[in-house]
Write a new protein. Structure first.
Lengths: 340, 286
């Protein structure tokens, strides 16, 4: 990998962030509440998928348990506001720490399992947490937590008249998570993590403590997922077990990343940028028809994308880029770069 | 004491049902190393087939279980032909994600067509019949399901162990390329295995509307329980899945009765985790 290409890639990301930051200044965007909603969800879900990507993509451990961490974060913020009448910020911090601790506790035995056994163990963990939270009265049980109306602003992380505040919140989350992953990608820890994915025994023979690396990655991923969960709770003004701690939520982490392209920095963003508008617009178009048409279409699309492009949308983009380059080379009359 | 035995009996009967649901998944997993996420949705569709046959044509579930089996055989084989075929040799999660999409499609198709209402057949031959065995009360529909389950699981096990087709299946499961070199059409094996795996769950679904209400979400929990059965039993081991299913049924019944009904799945999944931490490849795994 040469140094200049890396810099050019970073410039692209910076330009994207600046562009996104300027979005609400365009009044046509800012006044279109539905478009703002879709943009916020794209940013949130790409951040969520990126947290999964740390352990699932770079680390190669396909966890279906991320909704547990997501839920703990949502409950942290929700309990601070609803149960104790505080600002959500201390709750977010506690939620992140708690999620990381839970992640280490449950991953320590789970990492002994391999392949499908690991995946099914994480399914079981989600189901256990979901059912426990349904009957745990201290956290609101099956009724969940309904946010009260409090003063809007950054202190309470709540806005009512426009979505601009949430938009910048989501953008900050996006920049933070992508920044961390970008940093890891080019530093020692990221290389260790990928080495463990490619061959645990080989990595260990070269002196990498694979268990410690995987646990650290899982804790980091869980803490960031908890932060996303807190945002999700603040945005929906409601937290309940089926919403934040279900298997469906876990599947969203996995789907967005895999469909975008696991183990790449851009994958989660591409996945969210395609799936979230699809989900929201099919819901808006057909959700009112009485039952499931939007999800039927969504299901069919998932099947088609998985079958047609297993490397995800980033693989598709790579193919197209290669194609264009080849054509350009052919047009110049130079030798084609059809290297295998 | 009498209560305990009654609870154990109920748990075992339920466990046999889980075994019948899980055996198809076990077969598919063992041979193709694919987790079929739509397995519970197959069950749900077979239940609808049986329900509508019973409701509109007054066919008893004891007969329409054949229709359920055939219908899901076709559905399973089609799933292989249209979806799974393209995911073989690709990243291990592709098949799981594709079948998740399929599960979503089937569930919402049924929601759209049949509404989310709970439906149960009344006035069937087995109906709510029970009989007394000493001090135990034995529900007839569950007992018939358990017997059917035992027969089907036995047949499937016998088929893989002592027929030419079964040997070909085992060879394919062990080493696909070597099996191809020996002249086995592995593509056909996969196709049939998916169909047979579907048919077993179709038979289960065909029997169930007598005593369990059908609704579009009914399959989700059965999917999870079937995954846990198969993983607990060990990679593709049919006796393992049977033992695990019985164990799950008993634990579910005991914890539901003696602790609280809400904790029964917590206990089941907790048991799975405890077992799999002790034996990472399941009870009969290697």
């Amino acid at each position: 990998m040469n140094h200049r290409a890396l810099k050019r890639k970073d410039l692209f990301w910076l330009a994207l962030v600046v562009l996104l930051a300027l979005m609400p200044a365009v009044s046509a965007v800012a006044t279109n509440t539905f478009l703002m909603h879709v943009l916020i969800l794209i940013l949130l879900f790409s951040a969520m998928a990126q947290t999964w990507n740390i352990i699932g993509g770079y680390g190669g451990q396909t966890s279906f348990g991320h909704s547990v961490f997501f839920g703990i974060g949502a409950y942290g913020a929700g309990m601070a506001v609803v149960t104790y009448g505080l600002s959500p910020w201390p709750g977010i911090g506690i939620g992140m720490v708690a999620a990381a601790a839970v992640a280490v506790l449950i991953s320590y035995p789970c990492f002994k399992l391999s392949g499908h056994y690991f995946a099914i163990a994480t399914f079981a963990i989600v189901e256990i947490f979901h059912r426990m939270f349904l009957v745990w009265y201290w956290v609101g049980g099956a009724l969940g937590l309904d946010y009260p109306v409090v003063e809007q602003g950054l202190k309470n992380f709540m806005w009512y008249d426009t979505k601009t505040g949430y938009y910048y919140g989501a953008l900050a989350l996006f920049v933070l998570v992508f920044g961390i992953v970008r940093f890891l990608e080019s530093h020692r820890f990221g290389y260790y993590l990928r080495a463990v994915r490619e061959g645990q025994e080989t990595a260990e023979s070269l002196g990498v403590n694979s268990q410690a690396i995987k646990l650290t990655a899982m804790a980091l991923s869980a803490a960031l997922a908890a932060m996303c969960g807190a945002f999700f709770g603040q945005y929906n003004l409601r937290v309940d077990p089926s919403m934040v701690m279900s298997l469906d939520m876990s599947m969203k982490f996995v789907l967005v990343t895999i469909l975008g392209g696991a183990g790449t920095l851009a994958g989660p963003l591409l996945g969210a940028a395609v799936l979230i508008p699809l989900q929201e617009y099919t819901r808006a178009l057909w959700g009112g028809l009485g039952g499931g048409v939007d999800l039927i279409v969504f299901g069919v699309l998932i099947i088609i994308i998985v079958i047609k492009q297993p490397a995800g949308i980033s693989g598709m983009v790579r193919d197209i880029a290669k194609h264009i380059e080849r054509r350009r080379a052919a047009a110049k009359g130079g030798t084609s770069i059809d290297a295998p | 004491m009498e209560t305990l035995l009654q609870v154990l009996l109920d748990g075992m009967l339920n466990g046999m049902l889980y075994a019948l649901v899980a055996v198809g998944l076990c077969l598919i997993w063992g041979v193709m190393d694919v987790i079929n996420f739509a397995h519970g949705e197959y069950l749900m569709i077979a239940m609808y087939v049986s329900y509508w046959l019973g409701f509109l044509l007054k066919v008893d579930p004891l007969i329409s279980l054949i229709a359920g089996g055939i219908f899901i055989f076709i559905l399973g084989a089609m799933t292989y032909w249209l979806i799974i075929r393209y995911t073989i040799g690709k990243p291990p999660l592709s098949a799981l994600l594709a079948t998740f999409g399929l599960a979503m499609l089937l569930k919402n198709l049924c929601l759209n067509q049949f509404s989310p209402n709970f439906r149960i057949l009344s006035g069937t031959w087995l109906g709510d019949k029970t009989f007394q065995l000493g001090f135990l009360i034995v529900p007839v529909p569950q007992l018939v399901t358990a017997i059917v389950a035992l027969v089907i699981v036995g047949l499937i096990y016998g088929m893989t162990k002592s027929t030419r087709f079964g040997w070909a299946v085992q060879a394919t499961a062990l080493d696909k390329e070597a099996a191809e070199l020996m002249g086995i059409n592995t593509e056909r094996i996969y196709f049939l295995i998916f169909g047979i795996g579907g048919a077993t769950v179709g038979i289960a679904g065909g029997l169930m509307p007598t005593y369990l209400a059908v609704h579009p979400e009914v399959g989700t929990m059965f999917s999870l329980i079937a995954f846990v059965c198969v993983a607990m039993g060990g990679f593709g081991s049919i006796p393992g899945a049977l033992v695990a299913a019985l164990l799950i049924g008993i634990v579910e019944a005991l914890s539901g009765f003696y602790i609280a009904p809400v904790f029964k799945y917590v206990a089941v999944f907790g048991l799975y985790l405890a077992l799999v931490f002790l034996r990472p490849k399941g009870i009969f795994g290697w």
